[in-house]
Design a protein around this ligand. Structure first.
Ligand code: KG4
Ligand code: ZN
Length: 337
């Protein structure tokens, strides 16, 4: 089966082709970062309009790279939520149009399911069951993944998502948009511990997170005429506080569930310090750690095409309905075609 995947949930427009026999055949992506940079964050209406501009050329590019035409495809998968409603509508409309014109099945995909299945695109892929840490700009979730579509939410952020906390803290420190990777780069030049920030929720036995207090703690700790060295040390301490919190909660979740595999997905999964700390943690408890490659950590269509291929038998009742909010726990195992 050959599946075209379309992603347009936020500020990346992307198209990819996944072949259930040959694997990923092509992927193409355009990031709107420059478009939103002047505003310091994603402007939803601008995002939707730019998706409209980019999506058809990207679909053509992905098909050309795969050496396929629409007539060779079996299905068109698209991100149906969660995300920005207008942005999602663009991908859903294009996917439905292509499906109608070429007699293909439209397959709605849950963006976070696509993120958590992204490591399956690698040659060395995890197998079920596993613990998933999903860390993106909109979500911080710890999920016990028993099988495809069997997701038990173990913990989540009660306020800001971890990527959002990175982005907001970076903005406060005067770093360019999107702040996460800039803050991480600054942190690599600093030393944690000179400033001391809290490790939120570590004293609570549950597996939930809270990151909005950290941002406030950074404002309070930032000296009035902060030098570059002060900023780097504060960035390093912020990153350490986040990474330690995520690592400790993952370790507790592995212990509590008895799971022996940890999968990390979502944009913050690109963070180098998080990767090294989690690597040490799993080595200490005999578990295995899997990531998607960096380009499949952040938003992309390869993961959407892959997730769509797993749910190919499911026909959308109303393909043009998108869901800005859509809890992962509502998903069920794929319907047998
Ligand atoms: O998964 P993603 O591309 O989009 C969403 O679905 O949200 O994640 C984007 C988030 C942004 O908040 C971005 O700042 C953050 O991931 N991010 C990072 C790093 N790279 C991306 N945060 C910390 N360190 C990084 N290296
Ligand atoms: Zn995402």
């Amino acid at each position: 089966m050959k599946v075209l995947g379309i992603e347009s949930s936020c500020d990346e427009t992307a198209a990819a082709v996944y072949d259930t026999e040959a694997g990923l055949r092509a992927h193409a992506l355009f990031s709107q970062i420059d478009l939103h940079a002047a505003y310091g964050g994603v402007v939803p209406e601008l995002a939707s309009r730019d998706h409209v501009r980019r999506i058809t050329p990207l679909v053509r590019q992905a098909l050309a790279e795969a050496g396929l035409g629409f007539e060779d495809l079996d299905a068109v998968a698209y991100t149906a939520g969660p995300g920005l409603a207008g942005a999602l509508m663009v991908g859903a409309s294009v996917a439905t149009g292509i499906a109608l014109a070429h007699g293909l099945t439209p397959v709605p995909v849950h963006h976070m399911e696509a993120h958590l299945l992204a490591p399956m695109l690698e040659a060395e892929a995890p197998s079920f069951p596993f613990l998933a840490l999903l860390v993106s700009g909109g979500h911080t979730l710890l999920v016990a993944v028993r099988a495809l579509g069997e997701y038990e939410l173990l913990g989540e952020s009660l306020d800001d998502a971890v990527g959002e906390a990175f982005d907001k803290t970076a903005k406060m420190m005067g770093l360019p948009y999107p702040g996460g990777p800039h803050l991480a780069a600054l942190a690599e030049q600093g030393t944690p511990g000179r400033f001391r920030l809290p490790r939120p929720m570590l004293d609570k036995p549950n597996l939930d997170f809270s990151f909005s207090g950290l941002k406030t703690a950074v404002i309070t700790a930032l000296p009035e005429n902060a030098s570059d060295a002060d900023k780097a040390d504060l960035a390093a301490e912020f990153q350490e506080a986040v990474v330690e919190t995520l690592s400790v909660k993952c370790e507790r979740a592995l212990e509590q569930t008895g799971l022996e595999t940890l999968v990390v997905a979502g944009g913050v999964g690109a963070n180098r310090r998080l990767r090294s700390r989690l690597g040490e943690m799993v080595a200490g408890c005999g578990a295995r750690l899997f990531y998607p490659r960096i380009e499949y950590c952040t938003d992309n269509a390869a993961m959407v095409a892959y997730a769509g291929a797993q749910r190919i038998g499911e026909r959308a009742e109303h393909p043009l309905v998108v869901r800005a909010r859509w809890p992962l726990s509502e998903l069920r195992p794929p319907a047998v075609a």
